[in-house]
Design a protein around this ligand. Sequence first.
Ligand code: FAD
Length: 379
Amino acid sequence: MKRHVLILGAGFAGLELATRLSETVPDAVRVTLLDRNDSFYFGYSKLEVMLGRESADAVKMPYRDIAKDGVEFRQERVVGIDPVTRRVATDAGVHDADFLVVAMGADYDMAATPGFEAGGHEYYTLAGAERLRDALADFQGGRVLVSVLGAPFKCPPAPFEGSFLLHEHFTRQGIRDDVQMATTFPMQRPVPVTGEVSQMFREGLAARGVEELPQELVTSIDPAARVAQLKSGKTMPYDLFVGIPVHRAPDPLAASGLAVDGWVPVDQTNLRTRFPNVYAIGDVNSGPRTVPKAGIFAESAALVVADDIAAEISGGEAPAPYEGWGICYAEFGHGLVSKVEVNFLGGPSPVAARNEPSLAYAAEKAEFGASRRARWFGR
Ligand SMILES: Cc1cc2nc3c(=O)[nH]c(=O)nc-3n(C[C@H](O)[C@H](O)[C@H](O)COP(=O)(O)OP(=O)(O)OC[C@H]3O[C@@H](n4cnc5c(N)ncnc54)[C@H](O)[C@@H]3O)c2cc1C
């Protein structure tokens, strides 16, 4: 009899896991893939929407296009999880699983930064990117502050990509000389995987005249006075505030007992939680060592879990340990994209190669997106 694999969340992790299982063990498993939304879109597509280069509808990939052997997609919202019995309650019913994989990503806590919802902007949601696009259309100049409001957050380069692309936007609008740009973040340096990689982003900020304020955390903003309050006691005036919101695990995870200190802890070699046959992959998990929240690491985790489930069913050999390996492409504006190839867990400390922004890497990034779209959605 086929074993039932229930995947909660159809993002980078869930989509790759369903695809891999369908390819490798279609006779041994039936897969149910659940998501509260009707479509998927890449995180980086939000930057395109922010700049008005793509519409929100154009970047969406509808889940109804998924056609894979043994995979059923259902649009349902998960409301409760019992990791002991592997029983999941949704807004449409109850599902029982032989293998349960939590791939629900990270949600945002907009209210964690007082004033932010009322007076700030963000491009971490599609709706936020649309609102920022409209605000940029009206913006004639002034002080722009891009602030990381908490860690961990998705995609370590994304806050800096935002600054680079806003610089490009203001330049194209012919108002760059009338805009003062600054960025605050709680880390010691941008994209801190290695000093070399970090330096590439620091040079990018400096070359574009974006003031860098490391180890500074905005704790609230006053939209009426247009002033940001920093943890250090400083204040910073702004005319346009763009925040990277505080992240948190989706609602049902804390109540289910799966999340501990905010995220779902796993054995990083095989992504298993402490509950038998329950895994957590992608942005939702945490481990003793840091692996950033990014699609590429969610995807590579999914491959290990697919093979681990297959080995568990067949009694075969367990897959090689998860290495937190991946390639991150980062936008520097004006069509230039850098490439950082990184391995977080394969050795005693992370290894990353810096590759300068180029048009060739922009083409690679486009191919990266197109290949996932074709693999997961068949078009
Ligand atoms: C601006 C920006 C740029 C980025 N650029 C890159 C990049 O260039 N490269 C890269 O690798 N990563 C990038 N990322 C990060 C990337 O988008 C995420 O890290 C990645 O999507 C994580 O994959 P995941 O499967 O863990 O979670 P997600 O892709 O977020 O998927 C989780 C899914 O779970 C669903 N879900 C959550 N709660 C429930 C519930 N209660 N019931 C049902 N379904 C639920 C959600 O709807 C969602 O579809 C970027 C992110 C942003 C915001």
